[in-house]
Design a protein around this ligand. Structure first.
Ligand SMILES: [Zn+2]
Length: 153
């Protein structure tokens, strides 16, 4: 049995199928989804090897997501494509389908909300308040880098 494979396929699937325009998911929602599975399901068996979800994610080598205390965020498309070349993205076809279907809708909504998506961290941010220190988790934080080139009037 490959618990880790099952676990990360499950993670990808619930993020892709939540019918959200953002390829991210709150930890609480992930835990809720896991609790709907049987306790001995491979997904839960994998998680139980760690103290909590956070430690579980920290142990993942070459993750296809970034993780903060309460949010799992899929990496930007170009990084996913790079990882996929090494077979490191579970359910890649599902991911690509989902990415493409949400992209057009997302861009329209971002324009309306004066938002853009960051090339570096993948986060959607308010363009008008983007500044040094908002992107990433390192000490030397920079401003988010816009992925989509459109004018915000
Ligand atoms: Zn960023």
């Amino acid at each position: 049995m490959d618990w880790e494979k099952d676990f990360y396929e499950f993670l990808m699937e619930i993020i892709c199928k939540q019918n959200s325009i953002r390829l991210q998911m709150a930890s609480n929602d992930i835990v809720t989804a896991m609790q709907k599975l049987p306790p001995k399901h491979p997904v839960n068996m994998h998680r139980k090897q760690y103290g909590n979800l956070q430690q579980c994610f920290k142990a993942k080598k070459n993750p296809f997501f970034s993780y903060t205390d309460n949010l799992v965020l899929l990496l930007p498309k170009d990084k996913m494509d790079q990882l996929n070349q090494h077979g490191l993205v579970p359910l890649y076809q599902l991911y690509v389908q989902t990415y493409e279907s949400v992209q057009k809708k997302l861009i329209e909504i971002m324009k309306i909300n004066k938002e853009n998506q960051c090339q570096v961290c993948g986060m959607v941010y308010k363009v008008l308040i983007n500044r040094q220190g908002m992107c990433g988790e390192e000490e030397d934080q920079k401003a988010h880098v816009p992925m989509h080139q459109f004018n915000i009037l």
